[in-house]
Design a protein around this ligand. Structure first.
Ligand SMILES: [Zn+2]
Ligand SMILES: [Zn+2]
Length: 401
């Protein structure tokens, strides 16, 4: 048992060509969010060939269970599977063959790595007590597939006791792994504000209610909320990205519509922000004689990594790749990741796999049409997933005794 980690890395090296081939197939055949039909069939058939019972869930999601030799807790490994509406400009033998669709967020790598981890774990099945649930999530990029998979029961039968997942990260050198306990990604709430005034001649503003002026006051007030009602050491961000209203320069606008996003790191601050903004928006408009309302949508949950689970990942990285491969990330991201929805149902941690290598052109940011990865990271990520799952089950069974 002592040297189990050597086995995981060795096994990953033995099958690394296969893991890379899986990733290249997915990269060549990317599919957009909610339309991952061929992708989920491909995942399902690979798992079926491994002897697993892989089920389609929530349209294009896939779930499968690896049962250890002895009963015990269940640990989840998650990969997201969708691609983006981007035309790939890279010149690779396995470039996207689907015009205007590209795996520019590395979800092809995430999927291949969890499939590789499944194969590694099956080879070592006799060494673990408990189950590993493999979860392939569709629609991460658009509306968030996690909550629908959860509603469809993915976290039950057997109940998932801990969840792990990873994202490739082009800012971290290949071979390294980043961890961050606590708040790691922001939650997202898109919104639309409708401001209603009353039209009149632009030279007789007192006879109407100017929706453009109301919108300006509302824009100001919501930024005052951020700067004056939120602890400066917490993070709330409100961006208004579009504003449309009015018909002609000498007519007071009857209506203005604005759309934007709210991002917060702290779940309690998210709740307070979502509760406070409608009061500000309607209160300002009413005070000036008009009306305004805000429709706030609940999108991705933020990621709050469980400290103990994050420490477990750190120890798995040390065992597998050595202390020098472990990077303690210094700050969270105001970006979003749908993995957070799973962490509302089980503790866990989301780690960052370094893929940066200037020598191979792997330097471009996520969602870039030039996004590229150093594939040397793939067997490492498969081995790490296997190690993390194994270490969790081993720790959980010791605790039980
Ligand atoms: Zn993305
Ligand atoms: Zn992503």
């Amino acid at each position: 048992m002592q040297h189990m980690h050597f086995h995981f890395l060795e096994t990953a090296r033995e099958i690394q060509d296969e893991i890379i081939a899986l990733r290249r197939h997915l990269h060549q055949n990317p599919e957009l969010s909610k339309k991952e039909y061929e992708t989920s069939k491909y995942i399902q058939s690979y798992l079926t060939n491994l002897g697993l019972d892989a089920k389609i869930i929530h349209g294009t999601g896939v779930v499968a269970l690896i049962e250890g030799e002895k009963p015990g807790p269940t640990v989840g490994l998650r990969a997201d599977i969708d691609a983006l509406p981007i035309l790939e400009v890279n010149d690779l033998p396995f470039c996207s063959q689907n015009p205007n669709v590209m795996h520019a967020c590395g979800h092809d790598c995430h999927t291949a790595a969890v499939l590789g981890a499944a194969k590694i774990l099956l080879k070592h099945r006799r060494h673990f007590q408990g189950n590993i649930k493999l979860i392939f999530e569709p629609d991460e990029e658009l509306s968030g597939g996690a909550k629908h998979m959860i509603e469809a029961g993915v976290m039950e039968n057997p109940k998932v006791d801990a969840m792990f997942g990873a994202h490739v990260n082009p800012l971290l050198p290949v071979g390294s792994v980043g961890i961050l306990p606590g708040k790691a990604y922001a939650s997202s709430n898109p919104f639309e504000i409708t401001v209603t005034g009353k039209s009149s001649h632009g030279a007789k503003p007192h006879l109407g209610i100017d929706a453009v002026m109301l919108a300006a006051q509302i824009l100001n007030a919501i930024q005052v909320y951020v700067s004056r009602q939120v602890d400066p050491l917490d993070s709330a961000l409100i961006t208004v990205g579009t504003i449309h209203g009015g018909t002609q320069r000498n007519i007071l606008a009857q209506e203005v519509k604005m759309t934007g996003i709210i991002r917060t790191l702290d779940p309690a601050l998210r709740k307070r922000t979502v509760e406070t903004l409608p009061e500000i928006v309607s209160g300002i408009a009413r005070a000036l004689g008009g009306e305004a309302s805000i429709n706030i949508i609940t999108s991705a949950s933020g990621i709050v990594n469980d400290p103990a689970m994050t420490e477990l990942v750190g120890n798995s990285v040390r065992k597998l790749l050595g202390e020098s491969s472990l990077i303690h990330m210094d700050k969270p991201s105001m970006g979003t990741e749908d993995f957070g929805a799973f962490l509302e149902h089980a503790p866990g941690s989301f780690y960052q796999m370094g893929i940066r290598n200037p020598g191979k052109g792997a330097v471009h940011p996520l969602h870039s049409d030039q996004f590229m990865v150093d594939e040397d990271a793939l067997p490492l990520l498969s081995a790490l997933h296997a190690q993390v799952a194994f270490d969790y089950l081993a720790e959980a069974s010791v605790k039980k005794k």
